[in-house]
Every structure is written in C-alpha cells, then in structure tokens.
Design a protein around this ligand. Structure first.
Ligand code: LLP
Length: 417
C-alpha cells in the first residue's frame, strides 16, 4: 500500500479508493471531470497554525503566487495569515480572499505604475522595493495620491540556498533585490524621499529549500544590517525573511518543519526588536493539493511504455521546466503488477511529461491517477497552450467538497464577448 499519508495526513485509501478529508477522489473526478485540482483546507489550516506557533508574534504572509485561488487564500486568512503578492492581479486575489490590506506585502522587480497605484490606494502594509528606480517612482505615485508608502529594501544576502538554479533568488548574480553593499545608500535615498516611510528590511533567498542553514546565514546578515541602520537612527519595524521552505515531493524526502526554521533563525534575531514577517507559499499549500488525471491510452513502443493521460504540461508545468518529481498514485487500487512507464500528456512537445521511467501500478484506459504535491505552482502556472481549458478546482474540508473554480471553456480562452 502506497504511503500517501506521509504527504498529507488527510489523504488515504479507504477500501482501495483514495480519499481526501473523507471524500472519495473517484467521486469528485466523476462529478467534476478531469484534469481536476483538489485541495484540502484542513491541511492549509494546520500549516498556518504550525507557522504561527513556531514564530509566535510573526505575521505569516501567505505567498499568493503558489496558489492564487481566492478561496484558498480565504482559508489562510481565516487562520490569521496576511498575503505576499507580486502583481496587481495577486493583490486583487488577496483582497477577494478577504485579506486585510494592512497585512499585505508586495515584492517584485518589475512593478508597473498602475500596479503601484492600486497598492498605494489600498494602503498595503509594505512595498518590498527591489531597485533605486522603484523608490523614486513609488515616491512620485504616493505623492500624487496624497499618501505615504511604507517601504522595505529587498536586500540580496548572497547566500546559496542549494536548490534548483531557476528558483535561487538570493545570490549576487540574480536579478532580485539590492546588494548588501549598496543597500544603505538606498535606505538613505528612501529616507530623503518625502512620500516614503522606511519600515523594514526584506530578503528571500529561494524556494524548495530543504536544509535550513542558508536561512541562518541570510538572517544573521539581515540582523547586522538592522542593528547598523538602527544605530543610524532608522526605525525599522519589520524584518521580512521571505518564504522558501521546501516540501516532500518524493516519499524519501525529509521536509523541514516551521519549528526547525524557527530554531535556525530566531537565535540570529536576538536583540532585534522588529516584527518578523514570513512569506511561505509552497509549504502552506503544496501538499494540500493533488491533480487528478484520467488515463486516455496506453502505448507500448519498443523501448518504452507510455501512459497517456489527460493532464499536460499546460496543467502542471513543473516536471517539464524544472525536471521536478511529482509522486503519482492510482485513485483506485488494482493490486496488480507494476510497470515502468513515462506518464505523458496530450501536448505536442516531447517535454510534456508528468513522470519519466516511473514505476507505477498497472493501469488501464479510463483509470484515474493522482499526481501528488500539486497544490503549489500547479494551477498558478497553468496555461492555455494548445488551446486547452485550464482545470477546475475543488476545495475539500471535513467531508464536504465545493467547486471553487469552474473548468474553463473555449469562449473563455478566446475571450469572445
Ligand atoms: N516571497 C518571495 C519574494 C518569492 O519570490 C517567493 C517565491 C515566495 C515568497 C514563496 O516561496 P515558497 O515558500 O513558495 O518557496 N515556480 C517555482 C517556484 C518559484 C518561487 C518563486 N518565488 C516552482 O514551481 O518550484
């Protein structure tokens, strides 16, 4: 029996059928069709509670980029979370999910004037500024709107998070943040600009980080900067250490808990009297969700078996672009033999696969498969490639399921009015 509970304790087999929070995934697939994203709300609640108890007074700003469905955001908000956003669209999602603007932080290297205006109007908690230009533009916009914008400088601590290069963000060569050496100059600029209020220091070193030691290194550097700035008379009320905690994708992975993260970073913040902000995304929702797909065809070529399913790289792009591993289990057990196969989608690219040379249980046409750990960067990175409607999304909590986003149709994709 596959140990699915190690990914999410709300995921288990009952009489050979996979269930989430007591609801049959087979029934959901039949009712809503496939491909289908299904999320467990209780899992999200538990994760926030873990973060909140490990970090006591910190503000946990859920990183909306991981999963922007407003109903998922609402669950996070109900547990006291704020939001970390990276675009005007994510701001709208956070507000629709009921997050108070006073709990929203906004990072991103390329914020447009329109996006900045919206966020200034909404009076969000803090802009995590990533360049000198952005400081001046934000100051001008805030002045024009008769407001003051609170800013943190996103500093680049130049540590190696030891993760995939595409999702390492805190190294010198990356486009993110401002180098430590020049950060103080930017703080001086910000202090002189009349419509800005210097409020914090921000850093984010990367994503899917399984070893917490790079955090300790980054946060120690931030703590030194906080002390130096405080000595120079700045009032830095917030230290935002970003997100990035990794999750289990393979059964053998060991995922660090929020309390391990706390143990690594809190000692480095001794004597620092600023409110801590965290921006977890993946670790809040990644293992809350699965992608359910149906086997369309089986094909045996001379050197390989192919299991062709109805979910493609447009639905879940992580295997294609990061070579990411997602565990795949049957929705209904057959207890037959295993095969080694590539699980592939219908898209016209060789890079369209969910798994390569994977040992999976014997399947037949029409069977459902569950792709695990798909709650983060699944739907949020989905596209319409090959004019494929994006999947429906269902949220399950304590035995009941509700559709939180309908499957798209062709008129929607073509924007025909
Ligand atoms: N804060 C900032 C400023 C970020 O850039 C990110 C992620 C987060 C927080 C949340 O990080 P998390 O806790 O989710 O690791 N598409 C990639 C991940 C890209 C992450 C981008 N930034 C993937 O599928 O692995």
């Amino acid at each position: 029996m596959e140990k699915v509970e190690i990914f999410n304790s709300y995921l288990s087999y009952k009489d050979g059928v996979l269930h989430i929070e007591g609801v049959s995934i087979e029934d959901l697939a039949k009712e809503y069709g496939t491909p289908l994203y299904i999320y467990s709300a209780s899992y999200v609640r538990d994760r926030i509670r873990e973060y909140r108890s490990a970090f006591k007074d910190a503000l946990i700003c859920y990183a909306v980029k991981a999963n922007f469905n407003p109903e998922v955001i609402r669950v996070a908000g109900e547990e006291g979370a704020g939001a970390d956003i990276v675009s005007g669209g994510e701001l709208i999602c956070a507000l629709r999910g009921g997050i108070d603007p006073s709990k929203i932080v906004y990072a991103g290297v390329g914020k447009t004037e329109k996006e900045l205006e919206l966020a200034v109007e909404k009076e969000i908690l803090m802009f995590n500024v990533e360049s000198s230009d952005e400081l001046y533009v934000l100051n001008e916009i805030a002045g024009r709107l008769g407001r003051k914008a609170r800013v943190a400088i996103r500093v680049n601590p130049d540590v190696d998070p030891k993760t995939h290069p595409y999702i390492s963000t805190g190294m010198k060569k990356s486009k993110f943040g401002i180098d430590f050496e020049t950060a103080k100059e930017e703080y001086r600029v910000a202090r002189e600009l009349p419509n800005l209020e210097v409020a914090g220091i921000h850093c984010h070193i990367g994503s899917q980080i399984l070893d917490v030691s790079p955090y300790r290194e980054a946060v120690s550097k931030v703590a030194v900067l906080w002390k130096e700035l405080t000595d120079e008379g700045y009032e830095i009320g917030y230290i935002d250490i970003g997100g990035g905690l990794g999750i289990r994708y393979r059964p053998e992975d060991r995922e660090p808990s929020p309390s391990e993260l706390a143990e690594a970073v809190l000692p480095a913040l001794e004597g620092v009297s600023a409110k801590l902000i965290l921006e977890p995304g993946r670790s809040m929702v990644g293992n809350a969700g699965i992608l359910v797909t149906q086997v369309q065809f089986l094909k045996d070529k001379e050197i390989k078996h192919f299991v062709i399913v109805d979910a493609g790289m447009n639905d879940l792009v992580r295997p294609s672009i990061y070579d990411a591993y997602h565990h795949i289990v049957p929705v209904k057990k057959r207890d037959g033999e295993h095969i080694i196969a590539d699980v592939v989608g219908p898209i016209c690219e060789t890079g369209d696969f969910l798994a390569k040379d994977r040992r999976i249980e014997w399947v037949e046409r029409g069977d459902y498969l569950a792709v695990l750990s798909a709650g983060a960067y699944g739907f949020s990175m989905a596209s319409h490639y090959n004019v494929r409607p994006r999947p429906a999304e269902v949220l399950v909590e304590k035995g009941s399921a509700r559709l939180i986003r309908e499957r798209e149709d062709y008129d929607y994709i073509l924007n025909i009015r």
